[in-house]
Design a protein around this ligand. Structure first.
Ligand code: HEC
Length: 103
C-alpha cells in the first residue's frame, strides 16, 4: 500500500477522533445557546481552560453569580501573567459565562 492510500484510509479515522474530542468539549447546554453565544463558546473554552479546567469555572460560576461578578472574574483572569485573554475578548467571554450560568 502506498502512502497516499494509507492516508485516505486513515483520514476518516482522524475525523472520528476529532469529532469525539470536540463534542466532549461542549456542554449539553451548548446546543440550546443562541447563535452569538455558540460562536464565542470555543473562545471561552480555550481561554478559560488554559490554566485550570473549565469545569472548575462552571462549578464556581452558577445561577447565584451576578453578571458583575463574572466581569470581575474574567478581568482578573485576563490580567494574570501568561493569560492569553485579549481586552476585546473579555465581553465575549462574559456573554458566554453569563448565559451559561443561568442554565
Ligand atoms: C493565566 C492563567 C489563568 C487563566 C487564563 C484563567 N485562570 Fe482562572 N484561575 C487561575 C488561577 C491560578 C486560579 C486559582 C485561584 C486564584 O489564584 O485566584 C484561578 C481560579 C479561578 C476561579 C476560582 C475557582 C475556585 O475554585 O476558587 C474562577 C471562577 C476562575 N479562575 C475563572 C476563570 C475564567 C472564567 C477564565 C477565563 C476568562 C479563567 N479563569 C482563566 C488562573 C487562570
Amino acid at each position: 500500500m502506498n502512502a497516499r492510500n494509507l492516508l485516505m484510509l486513515l483520514l476518516p479515522v482522524f475525523g472520528i477522533i476529532a469529532a469525539c474530542a470536540s463534542s466532549k468539549n461542549y456542554d449539553p447546554e451548548f446546543n440550546a445557546a443562541p447563535q452569538d453565544v455558540q460562536s464565542d463558546w470555543p473562545l471561552a473554552r480555550e481561554r478559560c481552560s488554559q490554566c485550570h479546567s473549565l469545569d472548575r469555572v462552571f462549578e464556581y460560576v452558577d445561577a447565584s453569580t451576578s453578571r458583575d461578578e463574572i466581569e470581575m472574574i474574567v478581568e482578573d483572569m485576563a490580567g494574570r501573567k501568561k493569560s492569553e485573554i485579549q481586552d476585546d475578548e473579555i465581553p465575549r467571554i462574559v456573554e458566554v459565562l453569563d448565559w451559561r450560568r443561568q442554565k
